[in-house]
Ligand binder design. Structure first.
Ligand SMILES: *Cc1c(COP(=O)(O)O)cnc(C)c1O
Length: 233
């Protein structure tokens, strides 16, 4: 893909997300596109940023993300960690990402908190919920959410900013809508129960961002639609 084409795809996605938001009565800037750049080279991020001003980028793999952060350290980017994270790698993530979307266990939260505290920073995080109850998927089960939220809320180095989910893959994106609606309900209940602001709902990817925005997403994580098919890891 050449640079112009890549920039055009980024701009088109932002437009579609903004149009979808406005059509359902939301402000266009209520929804941020996180450009998911995993497995794509730093040069592609560089192009998207310099041609379109995009600053939010999502990465899944610690080593790859760290290498890109170093490579692109002169750019003012907001990095999002969106992938499954082993607690023994938490120390490489805390303090280095604007938002960690994938906190799903007390063990992982404890390790992120430990590192954040030692750096003297507060790490913004989302709790990832496994709504459809798929066995092999990451995310805390709905039944475990309150307990995890209470544990994380007690950690000085972490700040819960909302919830994230990844529905099963459906050919028809409408089938993901109930999952998105449920995540929004969970956030509302959790915000009321804990008496705290939970501004973010991270939901919606290339195939299903339209229903996600309609159901209240504030962060959509879009990769393929922008960068094209991913090279194999
Ligand atoms: C890869 C990935 C995405 C982006 O998926 P696309 O279908 O390429 O848009 C979004 N969220 C998570 C958690 C991912 O791992």
């Amino acid at each position: 893909m050449n640079e112009k084409e890549l920039a055009g795809r980024m701009l088109r996605v932002r437009e579609e997300v903004a149009e979808t938001a406005e059509k359902c009565g939301r402000a266009a800037d209520d929804v941020q596109v996180v450009a998911v750049s995993k497995l794509h080279p730093g040069a592609a991020i560089w192009t998207v940023h310099t041609e379109t001003g995009q600053i939010d980028f999502g990465e899944n793999y610690v080593q790859e993300a760290t290498a890109k952060q170093e490579e692109l350290s002169t750019l003012n980017l907001r990095w999002h960690f969106i992938g499954g994270l082993q607690s023994n790698k938490a120390k490489y993530v805390a303090g280095k990402f604007a938002l960690v979307h994938s906190v799903d266990s007390a063990k992982l939260a404890t390790m992120l908190n430990r590192k954040a505290c030692s750096l003297g920073v507060v790490q913004d995080i989302l709790l990832q919920v496994n709504i459809a109850g798929e066995e092999q998927k990451s995310g805390v089960a709905e039944e475990g959410l309150n307990r995890l939220a209470d544990e994380v809320a007690a950690m000085d180095g972490l700040r819960i900013q909302g919830l994230m989910t990844m529905p099963p893959f459906f050919d028809d994106p409408e089938r993901a809508r109930p999952v998105f609606a449920e995540l929004r309900r969970l956030r509302e209940r959790m915000a009321a129960r804990m008496d705290m602001e939970l501004p973010h709902l991270s939901m919606g990817m290339t195939g299903d961002f339209v229903p996600a925005v309609q159901e209240g997403a504030t962060l959509v994580r879009i990769g393929t639609r922008i960068f094209g098919a991913r090279p194999q890891k």
